[in-house]
Design a protein around this ligand. Structure first.
Ligand SMILES: Nc1ncnc2c1ncn2[C@@H]1O[C@H](COP(=O)(O)OP(=O)(O)OP(=O)(O)O)[C@@H](O)[C@H]1O
Ligand SMILES: [Mg+2]
Length: 244
């Protein structure tokens, strides 16, 4: 994207301005920033709920270039912060919004990548195990993983995780964030509050009050970016063995 600017209807100030970066196809982009920094706004632009007034998100190759909003939304799949499960079975939840035939093998592969195989395998009925309304018979972290598995089944070229791993422990999250780039060709955009979650990202976009305050790897930002350091060290003890 080049010099992207976006102001909400009726808002006095732009919520995003001067975003200027590019990304390789299939890359893993992390996005971090404090409250009000513009992270959810960026997600809404990616989902084409709004269009920027200046610049454009040139995220598609010419071949992919969508003609309609519907096509756009088929190419970009956003996993919301709050997991969305529905009354039915694991299978019906994974297949939500999908019309093609999907084999059980493909469903298990998606569960594998989403680090959800073990707890599904332990449920009576497995893929046909019951999901109660809002997925209340699953833990918060399990619900998030099932919602991510659904996105993997859909196999969109762009997968946007809007802080959708917040209920996972660090080890499970890190396995998931390694499996997605290793196993899938999707471009992964991950909004996170935690610098730890972005260690394996190819690039991290640091947002500060709607502006681009950094764009580099975790390691590089940790060495040079004041804001990234401040966020990181508010989450880790300075000098902590594990801090890097
Ligand atoms: N629908 C809206 N209309 C007008 N202004 C909005 C709207 N949504 C967000 N904003 C403003 O845009 C700015 C960025 O908000 P955004 O929700 O993108 O932040 P965020 O980084 O997601 O924060 P948080 O970590 O709290 O979720 C804020 O100043 C916010 O007040
Ligand atoms: Mg937000």
């Amino acid at each position: 994207m080049t010099n992207l600017q976006f102001t909400y209807p009726l808002a006095a100030e732009p919520s995003l301005s001067g975003l200027d970066f590019s990304l390789q196809k299939g890359a893993f982009l992390g996005v971090i920033g404090g409250t009000g920094a513009g992270k959810s706004t960026l997600v809404q632009l990616l989902a084409r709920l709004y269009r920027p007034q200046k610049g454009d998100l040139q995220i598609f190759t010419d071949k992919q270039s969508p003609k309609t909003i519907r096509e756009w939304r088929d190419l970009v799949h956003v996993v919301p912060q709050k997991a969305e499960l529905f009354q039915g079975t694991i299978r019906s939840n994974l297949l939500l919004g999908i019309s093609e035939e999907v084999s059980d093998e493909q469903l298990w592969r998606a569960l594998d990548i989403a680090q959800a195989r073990d707890f599904v395998a332990q449920k009576e009925g497995q893929l046909d195990a019951e999901v109660t309304a809002f997925g209340r018979n699953f833990s918060g972290g399990q619900r998030q993983r099932l919602t991510i598995a659904r996105a993997i089944v859909k196999a969109s070229p762009f997968l946007v995780l809007d802080d959708s791993t917040s209920a996972l422990d660090y080890l499970t999250e890190s396995k998931l964030l390694k499996a997605i780039p290793n196993e899938l060709e999707t471009t992964l955009i991950m909004i996170s509050q935690r610098t730890n979650s972005l260690r394996t990202a190819d690039k991290v976009l640091v947002l500060d009050k709607g502006r681009q305050a950094g764009f580099a790897s975790h390691e590089a930002l940790l060495a040079t970016n004041d804001l990234y350091q401040a966020i990181h060290f508010s989450q880790h003890q300075k000098g902590d063995q594990d801090a890097r």
